[in-house]
Write a protein that binds this ligand. Structure first.
Ligand SMILES: [Zn+2]
Length: 122
C-alpha cells in the first residue's frame, strides 16, 4: 500500500472528468482550488503531452476543440477503464487484508503444531 501511494505522489496524475448523474454525461470540473500553489500536475488524455498545472491552464485547456470532443466521447472510451482501475484498487486493498489474515492464521497453525509435537514427546 505505502509503495503505490508514493508512486502516485511523484508521478503526474491523470485528469478525470466528473460524471454528472443528472445529465448522464461527463463534465469538466477543475481539480484545483483557486490560487492553489504547488498543486499536483495533471495530464489530460485528450492529447499527448498536455499538462495542467493550475486553474488558469485548466480553464484554457478545456476550451480547446480536442478536449471538448474528448469529453463528449469520454463515456465511450474511458469510463470503463476508470471503473476497472477503481475495482483493481479495491481488490488490492482486500488482497492485502487477506494476505495479513492468512499470515496470522499460518502462525496460529504453526503454534498449534508445535504444541502438539510437545505433547507427543511427553
Ligand atoms: Zn484535455
Amino acid at each position: 500500500m505505502t509503495d503505490s501511494n508514493q508512486i502516485v505522489s511523484i508521478t503526474r496524475c491523470i485528469y478525470i472528468p466528473k460524471f454528472d448523474e443528472v445529465k448522464d454525461e461527463y463534465i469538466d470540473v477543475s481539480p484545483y482550488k483557486p490560487y492553489e500553489r504547488n498543486a499536483i500536475q495533471y495530464e489530460c488524455r485528450c492529447r499527448a503531452g498536455s499538462v495542467l498545472t493550475n486553474t488558469t491552464t485548466f480553464k484554457q485547456h478545456i476550451k480547446s476543440k480536442t478536449h471538448k470532443d474528448f469529453i463528449k466521447n469520454y463515456k465511450k472510451y474511458y469510463a470503463e477503464l476508470d471503473s476497472a482501475k477503481e475495482t483493481i484498487k479495491e481488490l488490492r486493498v482486500e488482497n492485502e487484508f487477506l494476505i495479513r489474515k492468512n499470515i496470522k492464521l499460518q502462525q496460529k497453525i504453526d503454534e498449534l503444531e508445535l504444541e502438539e509435537e510437545f505433547h507427543d514427546v511427553e
